[in-house]
Design a protein around this ligand. Structure first.
Ligand code: SF4
Length: 199
């Protein structure tokens, strides 16, 4: 940030999505800005997956004294695994918000995200689904006290359901909202039964 400020003298804006905007930079300077960021090991927007770009966590441990589960430190690893699952399902280009917090206070706004993961106990999360990218719709509670290691399989099952049953042009958040928790859970159960039958 200091290097950018020294060279370009931009305006700085912090956003509610934890982004830092450099403003008042001319189009003719954007290439040089990209090169400076790359030289400092910062990935550019188009080099980051959609799921990572639209994810956000609160600080949780070790910064917040109210935390009862990991968030900021756990999210990057979770996103690594979700990136692989989404790519395998051909859904890597889907745009949706994913937010994780270390307690139900919800400082990263998980309750209006497409996917919200809320720390409820050590290593366990409540999974909320069905908000939207703009944050104008509340998510519903999908599963409670999900162990951290089960989060990726639980979410991946909903992605697979989305892939099979979405309407043309339907977003993930709208799909969750249309299905609701019971139909999503029933679909997951059927998949698990099918896998057991095949084993
Ligand atoms: S959501 Fe909870 S753990 Fe996260 S910053 Fe807010 S109070 Fe702390």
């Amino acid at each position: 940030v200091r290097a950018i400020c020294d060279v370009f003298r931009p305006g700085l804006r912090l956003t509610a999505h934890q982004s830092l905007l450099f403003t008042d930079i001319g189009e003719d300077q954007q290439k040089a800005l990209g090169e400076l960021l790359t030289a400092h090991g910062v990935q550019l927007s188009h080099q980051i997956s959609q799921v990572r770009r639209w994810s956000m966590a609160c600080v949780a441990w070790p910064t917040c004294g109210l935390s009862i589960a990991e968030a900021e430190r756990a999210l990057p690893g979770l996103v690594n695994r979700l990136e692989r699952e989404l790519a395998e399902l051909g859904l890597a280009d889907e745009q949706f918000t994913l937010r994780m917090t270390g307690c139900p206070n919800g400082c990263a706004r998980p309750y209006n995200a497409v996917i919200g993961l809320v720390g409820k106990a050590k290593g366990r999360y409540t999974v909320y689904l069905g908000g939207n990218t703009l944050g104008t719709r509340l998510a519903f509670l999908y599963k409670d006290l999900v162990p951290e290691e089960d989060l990726v399989p639980v979410l991946t099952a909903t992605f697979a359901c989305f892939k099979e049953e979405r309407l043309a042009g339907e977003s993930l958040g709208d799909f969750y909202c249309r299905q609701g928790p019971d139909r999503l859970a029933a679909w997951h159960e059927r998949q698990l039964d099918r896998r057991k039958g095949a084993a």
